[in-house]
Design a protein around this ligand. Sequence first.
Ligand SMILES: [Zn+2]
Length: 79
Amino acid sequence: MKIIERLFGHTNKKEAVPIFYGRRAKDEEMETILEDTEVYSCIGDSCIGWMRKDFVADDLLCPMCGNEMTQEIRVLPKI
Ligand SMILES: [Zn+2]
């Protein structure tokens, strides 16, 4: 009985919630590693097209509008 009291006797909602979110945040932090990534982004003013360097097409043209793209560095989740 004493063991059960120690495990659950003082566990109320106010204590349990921060523990739950603390674990969840740690898991997400481990999954999302940000790193500087070379990308090509579209030169078109109205276009948001860009691609990671590893996946860019051979002709270096924007997959969304066909404009040329320029190389830049973005901080992106590691893949
Ligand atoms: Zn474009």
